[in-house]
Design a binder for this molecule. Structure first.
Ligand SMILES: NC(=O)C1=CN([C@@H]2O[C@H](COP(=O)(O)OP(=O)(O)OC[C@H]3O[C@@H](n4cnc5c(N)ncnc54)[C@H](O)[C@@H]3O)[C@@H](O)[C@H]2O)C=CC1
Length: 486
């Protein structure tokens, strides 16, 4: 049997593909059919060692280059990604099961945006000049951290690899990226393209494997920073392990974000926001607005319009560009979602749409909506990470805000209203890192992205990410004699 999308080898280390068949076998499964599409191997300690040594060896020279030179390579990689967007999107669809209709516009292209953005920024990364009293002054030097480890989730493999690699490389760091074991294919292509664009060997390495491969990377004393995209339980473990070595961290974790719809909102716009914030990528988006608070006056109208719009979901072959709703990423994730749906029914929520598996191969489940959900229900409290929308009712603004914030998470929050003063007031009150007014889930590279509370620390994207991939060295300069007490 041949596998057309099989990579040349499991890992990409020191500028080329690398195989070590003594590692634990890792099968890649196409979520739309359940078929195995590639046989890979998890990284052995020998592969991890090669990744670390080659990255460390390459980093100093990279950091010593001008920002203009580093940026040029990143921008070239962005161009190559855009040229190959179709093939990369087909690969991403096989890796994740997400419809090609989505991957064509939201995955490799988003990765290219990050490479282009940080490529453009690289030349202007500077320190400050700080005038002091008595003619003295200080300056700061912005330095690379050294070796960064990126660990990815399975929902946006290409995007996550690029969102971490682009600012890391722009600042002069090296990166070892460990994709999720569920979606190992796309990051290898990112590595291949970076080298083709001129990135010196060793600066972006990809090693495959589960947590047992991620953990030794996090604790290795030669690693200076860890950036994780994953769940809160994993974040807790990785943050603690990194803290023991006093390493820098970025934690992009889960959420149970609120979306508040006031009765003066444009109904169709709010319904679109709720669909985007719950069913895009089959609901497997960290910032999803899965608790949809709808003001009582428009609740039934909202639900009726939502039910109507859900009939427009085209569930099917993700490679067919008409399909706009694909399978879950894995049998395991499908099982988790099914258990939450059963829990919602048991808790007495009103199932108004979906709830069932789709009768075809692969890991499909219908877009599902529960109404009459109350704050104490498990489905309103825990991250499901699947296409399950919980609709809750509310009467007034203060109540909506208090209930929206009544969660340990704080990744995102959205508000739909025609009253702009109220919209900004709500945003000021939201305990969330990323907010939306009359929209949901937009993630342009120019805007910082990240969470508060248990949803994480640090920010990705925008100029904000530079602070998380570089550090300042302060230099005090005395212009007159240095005096002492004796
Ligand atoms: N805030 C954000 O930007 C995003 C957050 N997520 C979150 O990710 C989760 C879903 O992704 P999953 O892959 O299931 O998350 P996960 O937490 O199971 O795994 C994330 C990554 O961590 C690795 N890992 C697991 N244990 C580790 C350990 N002890 N040391 C080092 N690495 C370890 C895994 O192999 C994987 O690559 C959801 O909670 C979702 O909300 C997903 C996308 C974006």
């Amino acid at each position: 049997m041949t596998y057309p999308l099989h990579p040349e080898a499991s890992h990409f280390v020191n500028g080329r593909y690398l195989e070590d068949t003594t590692g634990t076998p890792l099968d890649v499964i196409y979520p739309a059919t359940g078929e195995v599409i590639a046989h890979l191997f998890e990284a052995t300690p020998a592969v991890i060692e090669q990744a670390i040594t080659s990255a460390r060896a390459a980093q100093k020279d990279w950091a010593a280059r001008s920002g203009t030179e580093r940026g040029r390579i990143l921008r070239r990689a962005a161009d190559i990604i855009r040229d190959r967007n179709h093939d990369l999107s087909v690969l991403e669809t096989h890796d994740t099961g997400k419809p090609l209709q989505e991957t064509l516009v939201a995955d490799a292209t988003s990765g290219a945006d990050a490479l282009e953005y940080y490529g453009g920024l690289a030349a202007s990364l500077t320190g400050d000049h700080i005038p002091l009293g008595d003619g003295n002054w200080a300056y700061t030097i912005r330095e690379a951290l050294g070796l960064c480890v990126g660990i990815g989730a399975w929902n946006y493999p290409t995007q996550i690899a690029c969102w971490k690699a682009a600012p890391a490389l722009a600042c002069g760091n090296a990166m070892i990226f460990k994709p999720s074991e569920t979606t190992p294919l796309s990051a290898l292509k990112v590595a291949e393209i970076l080298v083709e664009a001129g990135l010196p060997a060793g600066l972006f390495n990809v090693v495959q494997g589960a947590g047992s491969v991620g953990a030794p990377l996090v604790t290795d004393p030669r690693v200076d920073k860890v950036s994780l995209t994953g769940s809160v339980p994993t974040g807790r473990k990785v943050y603690a392990a990194a803290a023991a070595g006093m390493k820098h961290v970025t934690m992009e974790l889960g959420g149970k974000s609120p979306m508040v719809v006031f009765d003066d909102a444009d109904l169709d716009s709010a319904v679109s926001g709720a669909i985007n914030g719950n069913f895009y990528s089959s609901g497997q988006v960290c910032s999803n607005g899965t608790r949809v608070f709808v003001q009582n006056g428009i609740k039934e109208a909202f639900l009726a319009r939502l039910a109507e719009r859900l009939r427009g979901a085209i569930i099917g072959d993700p490679l067919d560009q008409a399909t706009n709703f694909g399978p879950m990423v894995s049998a395991g994730q499908l099982g988790i979602v099914e258990r939450y749906i059963a829990k919602g029914i048991e808790e007495g929520a009103r199932l108004v749409a979906g709830g069932k598996r789709v009768d075809r191969d692969g890991f499909y489940i219908e877009p599902t909506v529960f109404a009459d959900v109350t704050d104490d229900m498990i489905i309103a409290q825990e991250e499901i990470f699947g296409p399950v929308m919980c609709v809750l009712d509310f009467d007034d603004e203060a109540e909506a805000l208090a209930r929206a914030n009544d969660t340990e998470f704080g990744l995102a929050a959205g508000v739909f209203t025609a009253d702009l003063t109220r919209a900004h007031r709500m945003v000021q009150g939201f305990e969330a890192g990323t907010c939306f007014i009359n929209s949901y889930n937009d993630a342009p590279v120019e805007m910082p992205f990240g969470g508060v509370k248990m949803s994480g620390v640090g920010r990705e994207n925008a100029k904000a990410a530079i602070d998380h991939y570089s550090q300042l060295k302060s230099v005090f300069v005395r212009m007159d004699a240095c005096e002492a007490a004796f």
